[in-house]
Design a binder for this molecule. Structure first.
Ligand code: PRP
Ligand code: MN
Ligand code: MG
Length: 183
């Protein structure tokens, strides 16, 4: 999908993200202390950078698995319909599970995936999201841990895309359009 020209202003630096992940990892280690194996589930694609940094801060026995869900596709508006494009490889019944998400916006994705994972009866399911936009919420859901609460800005980077672009930015930026919308 072509888009009008934009620039990206830094919102959260790579350094601030790293510091926050250290704090979050400490809390997660406390919560899951003594687990025989924690299954850390990344929600593709957006969480791929966050999960990579997070698991490297967790000195717990960890298994990494992925689930692919999509609600935005190439657009910028939630379809409110969450499609599972790729399921987990492993079983999670009776296991400790940490679901890792990059951002909670309307909440449809997180709510849907929590429901799906709960139906498989894990021993314990916890959720973490790097970013939360509470002002955009349409369904009642909140991650157990949140990295940063942010205002309603279009954010990109650190795994998050704008029409599939800018996922490789090392920090979180906000999109600023440099030309007015065509009439
Ligand atoms: C984005 C983001 C979250 C979800 C949040 O994923 O990564 O998963 O939307 O929005 P919601 O709270 O309104 O559901 P997207 O569907 O764009 O897929 P992607 O992770 O592959 O970019
Ligand atoms: Mn996503
Ligand atoms: Mg997306």
């Amino acid at each position: 999908m072509p888009t009008r020209p934009y620039v990206i202003d830094t919102m959260i630096s790579a350094k601030s993200i790293a510091a926050r992940i250290e704090e979050l990892a400490r809390e997660i280690k406390e919560e899951f202390q003594g687990t025989d194996k924690l299954v850390v589930v990344g929600l593709l694609r957006g969480s791929f950078v966050f999960i990579a940094d997070l698991v490297r801060e967790l000195d717990l026995p960890v298994e990494v698995d992925f689930l692919e869900a999509s609600s935005y596709g190439d657009g910028t508006e939630s379809s409110r319909e969450v499609r599972i494009l790729k399921d987990l490889r492993g079983e999670i019944g009776g296991r400790d599970v940490l679901l890792v998400e990059d951002i909670v916006d309307t909440g449809f994705t997180l709510k849907h995936v929590i429901g799906l994972l709960q139906s498989r009866e894990p021993h314990r399911l916890k959720t973490i999201a790097l970013l939360d936009k509470p002002s955009r919420r349409e369904v009642d859901v909140k991650a157990d841990w949140t990295g940063f609460e942010i205002p309603d800005e279009f954010v990109v980077g650190y795994g998050i895309d704008f029409a599939q672009r800018n996922r490789n930015l090392p920090h979180i930026g906000k999109v600023r359009f440099t030309e007015a919308e065509q009439a």
